[in-house]
Structure formats: structure tokens, C-alpha cells
Write a protein that binds this ligand. Structure first.
Ligand code: MRU
Length: 369
């Protein structure tokens, strides 16, 4: 997408084919800062501190982390160490393990002399595929928005957290259909959940939508139910960090409460996801590891002061305990449909397998045959 008239991806390689850059999301929307990814340790640090975040993007950055590790030493031991280091950064988004498995599969059978070039090639392919996948999600989701756009008023869409281009390599998952609807001339308006504690909605989604000219309004996290009761939300679209084979959706904390409110008010609740966010090994969302982050993300808030300085201020009394569960699970029964790169499908094992038949378990062979 474009910032100041220039097209950016959230992570990219320079024309030398080796130098990797990314946009530091911890400074947005106040400062647009591009940083170089120097080595695998820096990649792990950028993911851990959420300079880069969003399920598809952390997979892409981890892939470049492996490439940087190979550029330093293309041994099996370094490959294994890079994988362990990167995998330990954040536990919930399955895209991280997916990207690291793919890098491992691409590199293990390569001779050491070929590994650096192969690693960069694979990381670049992961990025390019993420872009085309998100575009396809956008095209499928656009049909749902088009169908909702009957009357003259704009289609009011509620989203949670940030599942836009900055969370992916380009376009986004939940926001791709919205960008495409806007570009197609369908009037849309987005209710943006602020998404405490890190405010990815208020900081990142609002910034992205504003840069693309999409009308939007930031709301506090608890406002969605009220808006739905008043008929002010036509549909919800969110992203996911891990969706199980049975259709349960793990996403940023608070997503479940929005799905409950949507269900109670007959508001369609859609989840947009690439195949890289599906965990085919899990049926139920109850077994997804939920990241718990530092308490100070809850007890303080970061913003820009009147002098233009980015500051953090306390919002709780000294000594109050705080818990910081970063994700929750929305059961499949509350989800209207999944929007994938292969089409729109019910959130169920049958729905997912109808789009991804290659994931169907092998029939067990009869004895003696
Ligand atoms: O903790 P974050 O900011 O990495 O969480 C991101 C989300 O919850 C997104 O909704 C999800 O990764 C989908 S991104 C296309």
C-alpha cells in the first residue's frame, strides 16, 4: 500500500538481494521509521518487541531471519539454532511455525554452498505468496461487502486489532476486502476497536485506513455491543493468529466478546485468513497456547504528548496486579463464515476441507492390504 505516494511492503529486500528492511510498528502512527534487519538475533528481537507483528508478517520476518542466519553461517547447527530462537519469540500465531518449517524444508537438503541463495529465495517467495493470498482474500470478502451494500448509507464494518497490510506483507486479511470495496466505489465506514492494551486498532488500523482514505471511527473496545444493538454495524471482519481444523478462531483478546455481541444481534461475523493461519493438527481452540505478555502493557499506556514526544503514562494505582492475556478463542459456532484465499466457507471441519481437500486425513489402510 502507499504511504505518502510511495508503495511499501511491511518487510522487503533491497535491490542488492541481501539487505532486509522493515517498518517499525511500535512508533506508528506518530513516526514512520524504516529499520534494517541486521541479523537473526535482531529478527527475533523485532518480533518479540512487536516492532513487527501480525500473524503473516511475523512468519515473513522469521523467514528473513533464517536467511540472515544462513548468510552468517550456513551450517545445520545454525539453521537449528535460528529456528529455535525465532520459534520462541511468540507462541500463538501458527504462521511463525509454518514459515520456519517451510524454510527448514527448503534448506535442509541443499548443499551448504547453495543455502544462502535458497534461503533468500524462499523468504521472498513467502512474502510474494502472502501478497497474492491477501489479494484473493480481498476479492472474496469484497463480494460479502457488496452484498451488504443495498441501501444508500455506507456499509458499516467493525474490525478488531489490526489485520491490515502492516500485519501482513501487503493488503492485509480483514482489511483487504475493505480496501477493495472502497476502491470499487462502495461506500464503507469502519468502526475501529482501539484494542487495548497495545492499541493496534487505534494506532495501526486507523493509520492504515486514513492513509488509504477509508472513512473510519475509533471506538473504545466496549462500544461494539452498543453499536450493534443500535443497528450501526452491518458486519464484522477480523483476522486470526490461529484457526483450528474445526473452525475455532484464535485472535486478539476481545474478539470473542465481539463475536458474542454480533451473534446476539444477528450481525454477520466474518474471519479473514490465509491458509498459513490454519493449524490442521488441532480440532479445538481450547489447546491453542495463549500468549501472556508483560503487565506493564496493561498498567500503562503509550501515546504522544502535547510537545510531540512519545511517552508512556501509568493508568493504574501503584501495586495493583494486572494480567495480560493477548489472545482469545472464538468458537466456530459464533462465526458466520471464514474468508480464505480459496473462497468463503462455513467455520467448520467440513467447510475448511471443502476448500482444502488436500488436508483430509488419509483413510486408514485395511490390515494386510
Ligand atoms: O499481537 P498482534 O498485534 O501480533 O496480534 C495481531 C492480531 O491479533 C491480528 O488480528 C492477527 O494477527 C491477524 S493479522 C492479519
Amino acid at each position: 500500500m502507499k504511504i505518502g505516494g510511495k508503495h511499501y511492503r511491511s518487510v522487503w529486500v533491497e535491490s542488492d538481494g541481501r539487505t532486509v528492511f522493515y517498518i517499525d510498528q511500535t512508533l506508528l502512527p506518530f513516526e514512520f521509521k524504516v529499520r534494517q534487519l541486521a541479523n537473526v538475533g535482531a529478527a527475533a528481537q523485532a518480533i518479540r518487541t512487536m516492532q513487527v507483528r501480525g500473524a503473516p508478517l511475523i512468519g515473513a520476518v522469521a523467514a528473513f531471519g533464517v536467511a540472515l542466519a544462513m548468510a552468517n553461517d550456513a551450517s545445520d547447527a545454525t539453521l537449528e539454532h535460528a529456528r529455535d530462537l525465532l520459534l520462541a519469540t511468540r507462541p500463538t500465531a501458527i504462521n511463525l511455525a509454518w514459515a520456519l518449517d517451510r524454510m527448514g524444508n527448503a534448506l535442509l537438503n541443499q548443499p551448504r554452498t547453495e543455502r544462502v541463495a535458497a534461503a533468500y529465495r524462499e523468504a521472498q517467495a513467502i512474502c510474494d505468496e502472502d501478497v497474492t493470498t491477501c489479494q484473493a482474500i480481498g476479492r472474496h470478502g469484497l463480494q460479502l461487502i457488496r452484498a451488504a451494500a443495498g441501501s444508500k448509507r455506507p456499509v458499516n464494518i467493525l474490525t478488531h486489532c489490526n489485520a491490515g497490510w502492516i500485519a501482513c506483507v501487503d493488503w492485509g486479511t480483514a482489511l483487504a476486502p475493505i480496501y477493495m470495496a472502497h476502491d470499487a466505489g462502495i461506500p464503507v465506514h469502519v468502526w475501529v476497536d482501539e484494542t487495548r492494551p497495545r492499541n493496534q486498532g487505534a494506532r495501526l488500523t486507523a493509520w492504515e485506513l486514513g492513509a488509504h482514505g477509508v472513512p473510519h471511527t475509533v471506538i473504545v473496545d466496549s462500544a461494539g455491543g452498543h453499536l450493534m444493538q443500535r443497528g450501526l454495524v452491518d458486519l464484522c471482519i477480523v483476522g486470526t493468529d490461529r484457526t483450528t481444523a474445526g473452525g475455532d478462531v484464535c485472535n486478539k483478546i476481545g474478539t470473542y466478546l465481539k463475536a458474542l455481541a454480533a451473534h446476539d444481534n444477528n450481525v454477520p461475523f466474518y474471519v479473514a485468513l490465509p491458509h498459513t493461519s490454519i493449524d490442521w493438527t488441532l480440532e479445538s481452540g481450547a489447546s491453542i497456547p495463549i500468549e501472556e505478555r508483560a503487565a506493564n502493557e496493561v498498567t500503562s499506556i503509550t501515546g504522544r504528548d502535547a510537545a510531540g514526544k512519545i511517552v508512556s503514562v501509568a493508568v493504574t494505582p501503584d501495586g495493583s496486579a494486572a494480567a495480560n492475556f493477548a489472545f482469545d478463542v472464538t468458537p466456530a459456532r459464533l462465526i458466520g463464515a471464514l474468508i480464505t484465499e480459496r473462497g468463503v466457507t462455513p467455520a467448520s471441519a467440513e467447510g475448511l476441507l471443502s476448500l482444502y481437500p488436500e488436508q483430509a486425513p488419509e483413510p486408514t489402510k485395511e490390515r494386510g492390504k
